[in-house]
Design a binder for this molecule. Structure first.
Ligand SMILES: *Cc1c(COP(=O)(O)O)cnc(C)c1O
Length: 456
């Protein structure tokens, strides 16, 4: 038996040349985006008012299984990829589990997360189309940072609407974005119609991703030479993130390792969708079977407690309708929620796969998440992002079940990023000031009430 190293690094020459499009292997395709006016599927032409043309093609392409990664993007990937697949020997020892735990670490770049995988692709296509710049929203700031890096590389202007609570709590994130040349506006802002309306209706609101999206779209559509880009949820983003899964599978195959369980945290679904893509492909084609687990915060439980219906992707209702597991576009997590993953909906691809029983979902409470994060930092040395710690938490649970049963299962999870900019949340946890808040059915009903009544 070959000894598995602590870190499996691929050679640059082994890096993926193609993204894998899981939609090609899905029998039940994800539901199309709908035009909210006509309730007809959004056409390429309609979408190209908001998104870059090539990204529109990728968004609508449910058939092509392999999509070539352009040379320029692969060159940029080489600055921070391949990312290591780590064997968590120290965590295994600490837990005393017979399980074998692996994690794919995506935090080894300045943006600190997997988001750069899609940011660089989206910036590349925007540049190729001759655009001046792009607008976007950011919650915790990782996406905005990644996009700022990508835009500065290609010489594009970058306007970021940052959820107000994060803008205030994470000034360093903001400054990283500005270092890369982006302009950062707290959302809701008085620079857009949507923002002004929001401020009027809910003075003192801490903002939401849904609202920041509306603001960014409004500016993109109203400014010549600009398009909007989104860091998660969309089919194209999951496609770009498949680079995580393809690398992971190549690394595992090299050592003849077959995972039993694959785990990822789920906000809008991009890292999970990317990590599981080639494995899900095998499962869909009947070539292999894996347990796949999405982990979400108990305070923002779209898969575990949401409805699978058409809803707006944003609060301002300027975006198309997407069929997804959703808590309602007006859902805002409780103010004490500190762990990211605060989007009200879930990728249509993952929603369909979940609805088809191809994957499981569970929710975890934030004090558990931070306990897992701390244990991980102390054993494996990496200070995880709170988002990533949702996956750690579930991986540890599964490993502890193996300890009870004596099973030597192989668990792979996505460690999406580092948590250096989340120290305010860590501080709350250390001071014992962090509480769990699980929304009541009444709380959720308020969010559900904001879902449009669509009769198809
Ligand atoms: C954005 C982010 C997530 C969640 O987004 P997904 O689209 O669900 O992957 C998870 N972890 C980190 C570190 C992030 O920055």
């Amino acid at each position: 038996m070959q000894k598995i190293p602590y870190k499996i690094y691929l050679e640059e020459s082994e890096m993926p040349k193609y993204w894998y499009n899981v939609r090609a292997d899905m029998k039940n395709k994800p539901a199309p985006l709908l035009n909210p006016g006509t309730l007809k599927p959004m056409t390429a032409q309609e979408l190209s008012g908001v998104f870059c043309e090539e990204l529109v093609q990728q968004e609508l392409d449910n058939e092509t299984q392999q999509i070539e990664i352009p040379e320029e993007i692969r060159e940029y990937y080489k600055m921070f990829r391949p990312s290591p697949l780590m064997r968590a020997y120290n965590l295994e020892k600490k837990l005393g589990t017979p399980a074998k735990i692996y994690y794919k670490f995506e935090g080894n770049n300045t943006s600190g997360s997997h988001k750069l995988n899609s940011a660089i692709a989206q910036a590349y296509y925007a540049k190729k189309q001759g655009l001046k710049g792009v607008t976007t929203e950011t919650g915790a700031g990782q996406w905005g940072t990644a996009l700022s890096m990508a835009c500065s590389y290609f010489g594009l202007d970058c306007k970021v609407f940052m959820v107000k609570v994060s803008y205030e709590q994470k000034p360093f994130r903001r400054e990283v974005m500005r270092t890369y040349g982006a302009s950062v506006t707290p959302s809701p802002s008085d620079t857009t119609n949507v923002g002004r309306k929001m401020l009027e209706e809910f003075p003192g609101t801490t903002g939401s991703l849904g609202c920041a999206i509306s603001e960014a779209v409004e500016v993109a559509v109203g400014t010549e030479g600009y398009r909007y880009v989104l860091g998660s949820v969309l089919n194209q983003v999951l496609l770009h993130q498949s680079v995580i899964g393809v690398e992971t599978k190549t690394a595992l195959d090299k050592f003849g390792i077959k995972p039993d369980i694959i785990i990822g945290c789920a906000g809008g679904g991009s890292n999970l969708g990317g990590l599981i893509a080639p494995f899900m492909g095998e499962k869909l084609r009947g070539e292999a079977d894996y347990r796949i687990i999405a982990v979400e915060p108990a305070s923002c439980p779209s898969l575990t407690r949401g409805k699978y219906v058409y809803d707006f992707c944003d609060t301002g209702m300027v975006c198309p309708l997407a069929k997804m597991y959703t808590l309602g576009n007006g859902f805002i997590p409780a103010p004490n929620h500190a762990g990211g993953l605060r989007y009200h909906g879930m990728s249509s691809v993952l929603s369909q796969l979940f609805d088809d029983g191809m994957m499981e979902a569970r929710s975890v409470e934030q004090t558990q998440v931070f306990a897992a994060a701390e244990q991980f930092a102390r054993t494996e040395g990496i200070l995880p992002a709170p988002e990533s710690a949702h996956a750690i938490c579930a991986a540890v649970d599964e490993a502890m079940k193996c300890k009870e049963t004596g099973e030597e299962k192989t668990i792979v999870f996505g460690l999406t990023g580092t948590g250096y900019f989340d120290m305010v949340a860590y501080e709350k946890y250390h001071n014992g000031e962090m509480s769990d808040y699980i929304p009541s059915d009444d709380d959720l009903a308020q969010g559900f009430a904001t879902i449009p009544d669509i009769k198809l």
